[in-house]
Design a protein around this ligand. Structure first.
Ligand SMILES: Nc1ncnc2c1ncn2[C@@H]1O[C@H](COP(=O)(O)OP(=O)(O)OP(=O)(O)O)[C@@H](O)[C@H]1O
Ligand SMILES: [Mg+2]
Length: 239
């Protein structure tokens, strides 16, 4: 197994004496699809930021594809949908323009996209099923469609790692189901490693081989079938 993500003995806090995550060990192989869940303030976003090298561990080591995460040399191949990622709501950009911006950023191009880049942009739009609205302004799409556009933008960079932080906020159950199915397909077809933070992991449970629960530390890491019952019980929302 080629290791994509390797956190070893990682502890982290934003302020001295106030640990947010303690002694985290997390290894994710290339091509794995992993769901991350846990209560508000449990440290999920912080964990993703450590994985991406946007924060540096107070103790321990964070590595990406064998390199120190903060100094990862192929940073452009990291697809990150930050929590509540949004464009300014009145931005006039079309879906295709938004996706193309992902291609530009990833390739470091300054000028117009070349033919191959344009093909990758179109292919990314098709992969997320937005071809029929590709030339509409993003703001005229539903929340779920907008999230798909952001995923397509990440895909246009041909990512080695796709990290999504609660992309389904404000998306209905059907939309969440569709998004989970989409990520499942992408990870199988593109062999991209996917780390997916979701509160509603009922939707992803059937697709992922692995769930990681974060509450100040990793309190569970295993297949969804082995999750403690409390996490399946809707009357205990991630107690
Ligand atoms: N930039 C920051 N500066 C200081 N403290 C922070 C910062 N970001 C997060 N925290 C604190 O770190 C802890 C973990 O926050 P984090 O955002 O990682 O949780 P989360 O699991 O993603 O929560 P949510 O489900 O609400 O998104 C919280 O106590 C939070 O207040
Ligand atoms: Mg968060």
């Amino acid at each position: 197994m080629q290791v994509a993500i390797d956190l070893a003995g990682v502890s982290f806090g934003y302020r001295p004496g106030q640990p947010v995550l303690e002694r985290v060990d997390l290894r994710v192989g290339r091509g794995e699809f992993v769901a991350v869940a846990g209560p508000n303030g449990g440290g999920k976003t912080t964990l993703l930021r450590l994985v991406l090298g946007l924060e540096r561990p107070t103790r321990g080591q964070a590595r990406l594809f064998g390199e120190p995460a903060h100094a990862f040399s192929r940073r452009r191949t990291l697809g990150y949908l930050a929590q509540r990622a949004q464009l300014a709501t009145d931005a006039p950009a079309t879906v295709r323009e938004v996706v193309a911006s992902g291609r530009l950023a990833a390739s470091g191009l300054l000028g117009p996209l070349r033919r191959r880049d344009r093909a990758i942009v179109s292919e990314s739009i098709v992969r997320v099923g937005l071809e029929r609205v590709a030339d509409r302004p993003l703001r005229t799409l539903s929340g779920g469609q907008q999230q798909r556009a952001f995923i397509a933008r990440a895909l246009a960079g041909e990512p080695s790692l796709l990290v999504l932080d609660e992309p389904t906020t404000g998306v209905d159950a059907e939309g969440q189901e569709a998004l989970a199915a989409l990520l499942d397909r992408l990870h199988r077809e593109l062999e991209v490693t996917v780390l997916y933070v979701s509160h509603e992991f009922g939707a992803v449970e059937r697709y992922v081989e692995r769930v990681v629960l974060v509450r100040g530390a990793i309190v569970f890491d295993g297949p969804p079938a082995a999750l403690p019952d409390v996490w399946h019980d809707p009357s205990h929302p991630h107690a």
